[in-house]
Design a protein around this ligand. Structure first.
Ligand SMILES: [Zn+2]
Length: 330
């Protein structure tokens, strides 16, 4: 890899954001924030951490893990391409860089529970295994998915009788897992390791950023979605997340396949956020009260294929429709 010096990087940053200055700590480079765009051009309130591109504006509070969203919005396509090719920390996006600070301890490596075993090869004499397989069967998840998603289990207290779904980063390293309780009244329904979720792109190993990407809510929805899908692990798409930044950086077209109850709330918000960065968005029409996890894979595939392109008029109509419906039901 060609070595990029700090002055190369600073020159690049200035070519996008205008002249800036190195902060006294020698780690931040401060430029004028294009988001709040102060009239006084000498105000350099956007602090960029040169080593890993995290940035933060002291005036408007804008924050991101990379510069990609800002360059896409306020720079141009050439600059964005140059950034992604040359300057954006490429491995374990947003987290590490060529000149990582030696004082900063590496975050502890995430591990699966020590006794993690694959469900598909586990002994059927174990009643918990039987119960977990039965649970999966009821959700339409068979051996194909158990193999493909490496579904597993552990007998540790916290994870017992939870189906564990591991996630692997672009290099095939474990970066997260979720544990779904199979017993109806167990809380929380989903339990995850306590690590920060923002840098996690669930199963990035399977993602092709050059193809249209489906976003769903949870790991169990993922199992019913087309191959190129990432779950949000919630119903929000945070602008600081690695997922958001990767979508913007690659200009990946998106299909939203969120639960039906998000139709009027989160879905339009996420769509709008992506559209602001010129990302093409389509939105699936889930059957009422459904989520992908409840449907068959074939059904979800069809919904994704049929998803209309986002148009603001439609979203607006949906909102009107929603309002008139709630008024009627009162
Ligand atoms: Zn700002």
């Amino acid at each position: 890899m060609a070595l990029i010096t700090i002055s190369d990087k600073v020159r690049f940053i200035e070519s996008v954001f205008g002249s800036g200055k190195l902060a006294r700590n020698g780690k931040n480079f401060d430029v004028r924030c294009p988001v709040c765009a102060p009239k006084d051009h000498s105000k350099k309130k956007l602090a960029i951490l040169i080593e890993d591109d995290r940035c933060h504006c002291w005036t408007c509070g804008y924050k991101a893990h990379t510069l990609a969203p800002l360059i896409r919005k306020y720079g141009n396509r050439e600059k964005l391409a140059e950034y992604v090719d040359k300057y954006m920390p490429a491995t374990e996006r947003n987290r590490r860089c060529l000149w990582i600070d030696a004082d900063e301890p590496e975050p502890p490596k995430l591990e699966l529970p020590k006794d993690f075993k694959l469900l598909v090869t586990a002994s059927l004499r174990d009643p918990d295994v039987l119960a977990m397989r039965k649970y999966l069967g009821q959700r339409g998840i068979g051996e194909r998915e158990m193999w493909y998603f490496k579904l597993g289990f552990s007998d540790e207290m916290r994870w017992k009788r939870r189906v564990l779904v591991p996630s692997f980063d672009a290099n095939g390293e474990l970066n997260y897992f979720v544990g779904r309780a199979i017993d109806k009244f167990r809380r929380p329904k989903y339990d995850n390791p306590d690590n920060d979720k923002l840098p996690i792109i669930f199963n990035e190993l399977n993602v092709d950023w050059t193809q249209e990407l489906v976003l769903c809510e949870g790991a169990f929805d993922l199992m019913k979605c087309p191959d190129n899908t990432v779950p949000l692990l919630g119903s929000d798409l945070n602008e600081q997340s690695a997922l958001f930044n990767a979508i913007i950086a690659h200009g990946t077209p998106i299909v939203l396949a969120l639960d039906d109850d998000m139709r009027y709330k989160k879905t339009p918000k996420i769509a709008q956020k992506l559209a602001e960065y010129d990302v093409a968005v389509r939105i699936t029409r889930m059957p009422e009260d459904a989520d992908p996890g409840l449907l068959s894979r074939t059904h979800v595939k069809q919904l994704v294929a049929d998803a209309p392109t986002l148009s603001w008029l439609d979203t607006f109509r949906d909102k009107l429709d929603f309002k008139s419906r709630t008024r009627l039901s009162r």
